[in-house]
Design a protein around this ligand. Structure first.
Ligand SMILES: [Zn+2]
Ligand SMILES: [Zn+2]
Ligand SMILES: [Zn+2]
Length: 286
């Protein structure tokens, strides 16, 4: 057994991290993607729960990078020297990090538990006997130690618990409003956000109301857009909104349904004043 935590980081020292416990499993991946990304013949990646990796230095930049699955991966790189320290794959999501073992101060501590994608292994690489090797991928239950399988189950349970927050917007209507909520301290932030949205997207930007309008329990500004713009606008809003909460609702002509069953949230959910409906106030406040 090795002593944990283990520390690691990039070349220039700006990004430093601490792996608090042993990883779930260590892959030595011989796929062509890992060969390209490392410039070498394989990549050594230690899979571990994200909350068991403590960031000590600068926040890494997250670089969207293609992946073999087509779903993409996010590679965390030092903002200065650009060395990659870990990545997240869409399959496992942001809660599992694939730490690049070569960035540990003592990388010798983590030899591979398994060789994967050996079908594309470079022919001069000779695998040691005694370590499992598979031509592509494998069934976790056959190879992971029981403790790692249990840790994975616990992680999935935590993710499921987090998923029961406010309903997230989905693109299932023809047209939408996004109402950006703010208060006296955040009105300038909101004003700047909706002005940028107006410049970047095909969107109608309403007035910045420094008062309560319609069913909205906070000061608000309405953005109106169609299904064609939904994906771009909603993901941009979610990235740029900071602490501002945004109500996103479909427009079907039924005001009450639009503000209940057709409503979803970026950030926190706010209770709406539904007593206004029947008089059709919302949707005419632009
Ligand atoms: Zn660096
Ligand atoms: Zn690979
Ligand atoms: Zn609305």
């Amino acid at each position: 057994m090795h002593e944990y935590p283990l520390e690691g980081g990039c070349d220039c020292g700006a990004v430093r991290y601490r792996m608090e416990t042993p990883p779930l499993f260590v892959h030595c991946c011989h796929c062509r993607w890992c060969q390209r990304e490392s410039g070498a013949s394989f990549a050594l990646k230690a899979m571990i729960e994200a909350d068991r990796v403590t960031l000590l230095g600068a926040e890494p930049d997250i670089v969207d990078t293609p992946s073999a699955s087509g779903k993409g991966q996010k590679i965390a790189r030092c903002p200065k020297c650009r060395i990659a320290v870990w990545s997240n794959y869409s399959g496992a999501g942001p809660s599992v990090r694939f730490v690049l073992v070569g960035t540990l101060d003592q990388p010798d501590h983590l030899p591979p538990d398994m060789h994967i994608f050996t079908a594309s292994k470079q022919p001069w690489v000779v695998l040691p006997p005694g370590t499992p090797a598979v031509p592509e991928y494998y069934d976790r239950k056959q190879y992971w130690p029981a403790e790692s399988l249990a840790r994975r189950e616990a992680l999935l349970a935590r993710i499921a618990a987090q998923a029961t927050g406010p309903r997230r917007p989905r693109n299932s209507y023809k047209a939408y409003h996004a109402h950006v909520y703010f208060g006296p301290e955040t009105v300038e932030q909101a004003r700047e956000l909706v002005a940028r949205a107006g410049r970047l997207f095909n969107v109608q930007v309403g007035r910045v109301h420094e008062k309560l309008v319609g069913p909205h329990p906070r000061w608000s500004c309405q953005l109106a857009f169609s299904a064609a713009e939904f994906d771009r606008i909603v993901s941009w809003l979610d990235q740029q909104r900071g602490s501002l909460d945004v109500l996103v609702h479909g427009l079907t002509g039924d005001d009450l349904a639009d503000h209940t069953t057709h409503a979803a949230w970026l950030g926190n959910e706010w209770p709406l004043d539904l007593s206004a409906f029947g008089r059709g106030t919302d949707g005419k406040d632009a």
